[in-house]
Write a protein that binds this ligand. Structure first.
Ligand code: NDP
Ligand code: 8X3
Length: 253
């Protein structure tokens, strides 16, 4: 039977790698993101390389009306989403709280938490009606432990962690799996976004150690999503071997 995965934030990093992993496994993919050119290029590549169906939907998860417009009434051949990967998210800035930028806080909260809630709400009713489905939320090690100058980003990811646990309880009666995945440092566009295009700072984030790569996280998501129906990974923390927790790294140089 054909399967459908919906991956938010598939224009780069984890989301792009996750979509590719599922497409390689012959799943049809709904992919989302704000950067239309990139999103459509990913869709074309997946169709050509893996001969799967791909629906690319350009919208901002912060905008509730856009989320509803795009996801609440999916075409019949796309509405039975088997796995939702709530991946879209970002950090903005790395400042002490008192020096933080309020607009950045709003963007992180609106994207990482509210956007994830809007997307989940739009998709979950079909899952509850079918009594099947799997929701995989991308948290972070930053949601499990806090670090200096992580304040609001850490808070949004702690909220994702709490929400994932709560959602698992509420969806228990509907036979829906909920998994929280919490990676440590991974080299994607994450740091470039966090440091607002400062290439030097972004590269410095991963200097002196081998970080996780997007493909590592995609492999883990795929593993979680393809376990037998009676098995659910509830919560998973993954770091590179050079990282012990949110703050302790072993670095060269
Ligand atoms: P990237 O910056 O490479 O990818 C982020 C993705 O999120 C992009 O596709 C971006 O698409 C999308 N996105 C961001 N804001 C919005 C929005 N408002 N609406 C729709 N899509 C949005 O970073 P990663 O792949 O690393 O990050 C993916 C997730 O993993 C995030 O939730 C991040 O917090 C989390 N994470 C990252 C870690 C890391 O070290 N890299 C570690 C732990 C967790 P577009 O800009 O086109 O909209
Ligand atoms: C991204 C990982 O450690 O930069 O969530 O917060 S970290």
């Amino acid at each position: 039977m054909e399967k459908i995965v919906l991956v938010t934030g598939a224009t780069s990093g984890f989301g792009k790698a996750i979509a590719e992993k599922f497409a390689a496994g012959k799943w049809n993919c709904i992919i989302t993101g704000r950067r239309a050119d990139r999103l459509h290029a990913v869709a074309d590549e997946l169709r050509e390389k893996y001969q799967v169906r791909v629906l690319s939907l350009v919208f901002d998860v912060q905008e509730r009306s856009e989320v509803l417009q795009n996801l609440a009434n999916l075409p019949a051949e796309w509405k039975d989403v088997d796995v939702l990967v709530n991946n879209a998210g970002l950090a903005l800035g790395r400042d002490n709280f008192d020096e933080g930028n309020v607009a950045d806080w709003e963007t992180m909260i609106d994207t990482n938490l509210k956007g994830l809630l809007y997307v989940t709400k739009a998709i979950v009713s079909n899952m509850t009606a079918r009594k099947r489905g799997h929701i995989i939320n991308m948290g972070s090690i930053a949601g499990k432990e806090v670090y200096e100058k992580g304040n609001v980003y850490c808070a949004t990811k702690a909220a994702v962690d709490a929400f994932s646990k709560a959602l698992r309880i509420d969806l228990l009666a509907h036979n829906i799996k909920v998994t929280g995945i919490h990676p440590g440092a991974a080299e994607t566009e994450f740091a470039l976004v966090r440091f607002k295009g400062d290439q030097q700072k972004a590269e410095g984030t991963y200097k002196g150690f081998t970080p996780l790569y997007a493909e590592d996280v995609a492999d883990i998501v795929w593993y979680c999503a393809t376990l037998p129906a009676h098995v659910c990974i509830n919560d998973l923390i993954v770091t590179c071997t050079a990282q012990a927790n949110a703050i302790n790294f072993i670095k060269e140089g």
